[in-house]
Ligand binder design. Structure first.
Ligand code: HEC
Length: 154
């Protein structure tokens, strides 16, 4: 009996040790919106735009084109400057104009022009990464594999 009680006590002790709340994680500051997170969303939209263009799906490409441009505007509002770099200005100069060929391509529903449109956009992403000392972040169309549980076929 004594052994049994000791065992129960030991087990309760172990449970207590393992159920201690984990040490507090630092809370990210709210002042600076995380540019990397906003970029991550833009990356996902760009990837889906590329997969839609690759599949020749103009309707879906038009949707992701619009969402990408919205995301760029969101970045301009929420993170106009990043470590003294004029992000909003660079987006106006480098990014927005690069979406124009894609706009014409989805309007014309032309698969070849859509693929070229994606190239122009991806080049703009990388041009801005270079301009902001992040040339090591290299974006590609990434159309070899569809990693999403979503069909991009028209
Ligand atoms: C203003 C210029 C600029 C443009 C245009 C731009 N980026 Fe970025 N991007 C940055 C900067 C600066 C960072 C680094 C942010 C940081 O260090 O927090 C970054 C970081 C990233 C990251 C790393 C974050 C992650 O989730 O892995 C990805 C991915 C990315 N950008 C994708 C893109 C894509 C895709 C495009 C084009 C559709 C694009 N970026 C256009 C400046 C830009």
């Amino acid at each position: 009996m004594k052994k049994f009680i000791l065992m129960i006590l030991a087990m309760t002790g172990l449970t207590l040790v393992f159920s201690q709340p984990s040490p507090l994680q630092p809370i990210p500051s709210d002042d600076a919106p995380e540019l990397a997170l906003l970029m991550g969303d833009l990356q996902r939209l760009t990837h889906k735009l590329a997969l839609s263009a690759e599949a020749g799906n103009a309707e879906l490409a038009a949707f992701y084109l619009h969402e990408s441009q919205e995301q760029l505007r969101k970045i301009q509002t929420e993170a106009p400057e990043y470590e003294n770099l004029p992000v909003a200005l660079l987006i106006d100069r480098l990014a927005h104009p690069a979406y124009e060929p894609m706009q014409s391509a989805v309007t014309a529903k032309d698969a070849k022009l859509m693929r070229e449109g994606v190239q122009a956009i991806v080049q703009a992403c990388n041009a801005c990464h270079t301009a902001t000392q992040h040339a090591f972040i290299r974006i590609t169309p990434g159309t070899e594999v569809n990693p999403f549980n979503q069909s991009f076929q028209p």
